[in-house]
Design a protein around this ligand. Structure first.
Ligand code: ADP
Length: 265
């Protein structure tokens, strides 16, 4: 715990005295520390591809000047490093936008089944390329919820992209949407959206920290798969904005299920 102590001379009716104030500034200290960590993380994440780019530019100007085969290879690596920076900046912008309007609850009524259908449709090519089967189940009777369509699409996209990229060839990813009658935390009716995969699963010790910015179970693998480490942090903020709830269940060797519950009223 950190205290800020201020001492002030005061004049009272009974004479002069001193006023000593103890103020618990622990939460502010923590916010300050989180901000510093975030800036350090962002700088590191941007500097890594940038250092690679600078290195390859030097190589292209020097040793690889007369080596067309090498040049083509280096250029393609440079392209993917630049794409990584672009993705990171895109995710940072999404995160800051979502954080900015987190207190304003969306009011437009949206149809999560339709959003699930079209998002899945858009991701089919990626799934096919990765050798992953995509399944969808939606309720027979339509349900609508107050929500932000683009943001809900982003939640599904982030969860599905993760499920596809971490599960790998031969896996099945299932998206299921259900109306839930009563959910204590959201007080009333809502929808439950689950994204389940038959991938490698995540060790229990990682689950509580999974939605932290830049937290990765395996940094090397995440980077190799093009991850920014921000996908689940974005998901968490969007779910919060919808006054919903996010949970993760996972078993090593069996797979992972992300559950999002969103209130319908
Ligand atoms: P990233 O860009 O690294 O994928 P995310 O915030 O989306 O960042 O996810 C954080 C970490 O959670 C990932 O690095 C990965 O280790 C783990 N993860 C997320 N989804 C899954 C999944 N479906 N199966 C296994 N691991 C997952």
């Amino acid at each position: 715990t950190t205290y800020r102590v201020t001492v002030r001379a005061v004049t009272l009716e009974s004479g002069r005295g001193v006023l000593v104030c103890f103020e618990d500034v622990t939460p502010m200290e923590q916010i300050g520390q989180m901000r510093r960590d975030f800036v350090a993380n962002v700088s590191h994440e941007l500097r890594t591809p940038l250092t690679a780019l600078i290195g390859f530019i030097e190589t292209l100007k020097g040793p690889a000047r007369d080596d067309p085969v090498g040049q083509a290879r280096f250029l393609s690596i440079m392209e993917s490093e630049a794409a990584r920076m672009n993705r990171l900046i895109g995710d940072l912008l999404s995160l800051s936008r979502v954080e900015a309007d987190e207190r304003v609850r969306p009011t437009t009524r949206i149809d999560p089944a339709e959003i699930a259908r079209s998002t899945l449709h858009g991701l089919r090519p990626i799934a096919e390329e990765a050798g992953v089967k995509l399944d969808l189940s939606v309720p027979a009777t339509p349900v609508t919820i107050p929500g932000d369509e683009d943001q809900l699409r982003q939640v599904l996209t982030n969860l599905l992209e993760n499920a596809i990229k971490y599960s790998g060839r031969g896996a099945t990813v299932t998206v299921a949407l259900n109306a839930v009658e009563y959910e204590p935390r959201v007080r009333g009716r809502g929808v439950r959206l689950t994204v389940s995969d038959t991938g490698p699963g995540i060790d229990q010790i990682h689950l509580p920290r999974l939605t932290e910015r830049f937290y990765r179970v395996d940094s090397h693998r995440s980077r190799e798969m093009g991850g920014t480490g921000l996908g689940l942090a974005i998901v968490k903020h969007i779910v919060n904005r919808h006054r919903g709830r996010l949970r993760v269940d996972s078993e090593l060797g069996k797979g992972t299920t992300f559950t999002v519950i969103l209130p319908a009223t």
